[in-house]
Design a protein around this ligand. Structure first.
Ligand SMILES: Cc1ncc(COP(=O)(O)O)c(C=O)c1O
Length: 395
């Protein structure tokens, strides 16, 4: 049989374009900043995860520059062989102290934590209990295990309890409950205090993906454990340096036993090159900035509260957001794309999120707040939302 080996790529891409599900990548000319240059146009940035604008903090930039002279441009190896430098260890120690956990292990990315650690925590004879709206990287981590899966309705603690007891009765060896902390498409927050209590009743492990909570929620941006005052009680607090910390890298914070286990078992950690020293130095300095300069987190929340209140007041459906992620739900994907394109023309960069990232009829503009935006910037963005929301009959 003769095959056209590559025809499927074009066909599938064309199908995505036809349905309005393809990504149109815009390019930043210069830094990711509250106001930045995107495709040659100055825009107010409303879709970056750089919540605290730390990627432009002079202390963090300098820390990354200075270590190049003493440690070079690359680490030379995977962490386990010859790629662990003093700066990697220092960043991990200060991270654990910041988060109030016994220890913390830093991975290349948050995705690498979920893909590398989840499959080691559970296997055949075990079960994973997952919130239905968990992030794709959790879903991929779960797919790499031989464990059974059970799903509870989004943030529904009654159902979570029911499923936990069902799993307990079935006699699984291990039970792992896993959830996003701040849900990345809707901006609502998991009831982690309740999950920890429910899990304890049946001896289940708890794992939270705090990618959008690190540097954002909890006192001083210490994340979901601190948000509920349960530091050290969640078995795995996974997070990322790629968002509020303004750098890149994944983290798993918890007990010393977790550190020893994860370090020896996670294939993504063991088999992939470690961060260059300038990344580790920037991570370390970002943790110090968070500890010493509380104004960044405060500004983020002041901006968030103002922006959200105004959008809801205009009549936009912003779902149940409790965080700096505020969705502006439009419905059909072409409408969300149209609103995003028109916003860009008005000098506002806010990206549409469409199926399969969200349900087909829940396409949206997902706005992400930034601590560095001024009230003037926010008012300009709000005026554009109001004008275009009316023009496109969304409000
Ligand atoms: C909820 C969630 N988990 C994990 C990740 C992956 O983190 P990283 O960018 O560090 O790979 C992301 C990033 O998009 C995320 O939003």
């Amino acid at each position: 049989m003769m095959r056209d080996a590559n025809a499927f790529m074009k066909d599938e891409y064309n199908e995505l374009v036809k349905n309005g599900f393809d990504w149109k990548i815009r390019i930043l000319q210069g830094p990711s900043a509250p106001v930045c240059n995107v495709d040659g146009k100055e825009v107010i940035m409303l879709c970056s995860n750089n919540y605290l604008n730390l990627s432009n903090h002079p202390r963090i930039i300098n820390a990354a520059k200075e270590i190049l002279d003493t440690h070079g441009a690359g680490s030379g190896s995977v962490r386990a062989i010859a790629g662990t430098m003093d700066i990697h260890i220092q960043a991990e120690k200060e991270l654990a102290k910041f988060k109030g956990t016994e220890s913390a292990l830093i991975y290349q990315t948050g995705f690498a934590v979920n893909a590398g650690l989840i499959p080691q925590l559970v296997g055949k004879g075990d079960v994973i209990i997952s919130d239905e709206l968990n992030h794709g990287s959790i879903i991929d981590g779960v797919r790499l295990t031989k464990a059974d899966r059970m799903v509870f309705a989004h943030n529904d603690m009654g159902e979570c309890e029911k499923v936990l007891h069902e799993a307990d009765k079935k006699g699984y060896r291990r039970i792992l409950v896993i959830t996003d902390a701040v849900f990345s498409m809707d901006g609502d927050i998991a009831q982690m205090d309740k999950i920890v209590k429910l899990a304890a009743e049946v001896g289940a492990m708890t794992y939270v993906d705090d990618a959008h909570g690190e540097g954002v929620i909890g006192p001083g941006g210490r994340g979901i454990g601190a948000h509920y005052g349960i530091e050290g009680k969640i078995d795995v607090e996974m997070g990322t340096f790629s968002k509020a910390y303004g750098v890149v890298g994944g983290l798993a914070a918890g007990s010393q036993d977790l550190y020893n286990f994860a370090l020896n078992k996670s294939r993504t950690w063991l088999l992939s090159g470690s961060h260059p020293p300038q990344v580790a130095a920037a991570q370390l300095e970002a943790i110090r900035v968070l500890e010493e300069e509380p104004q960044h987190v405060k500004n983020l929340w002041d901006n968030t509260n103002y922006f959200k209140k105004e959008l809801v007041g205009m009549g936009f459906d912003c779902g149940h957001s409790e965080s700096p992620i505020t969705p502006v739900i439009c419905g059909e994907s072409h409408l969300a794309k149209k609103l995003s394109d028109r916003m860009y023309e008005e000098g506002i960069f806010a990206l549409p999120i469409v199926f399969p990232m969200v349900a087909r009829d829940k396409a949206r503009i997902r706005t992400m707040m930034n601590a560095g935006l001024t009230r003037e910037h926010l008012d300009k963005a709000l005026a554009a939302f109001e004008k275009l929301g009316k023009e496109l009959k969304i409000i």
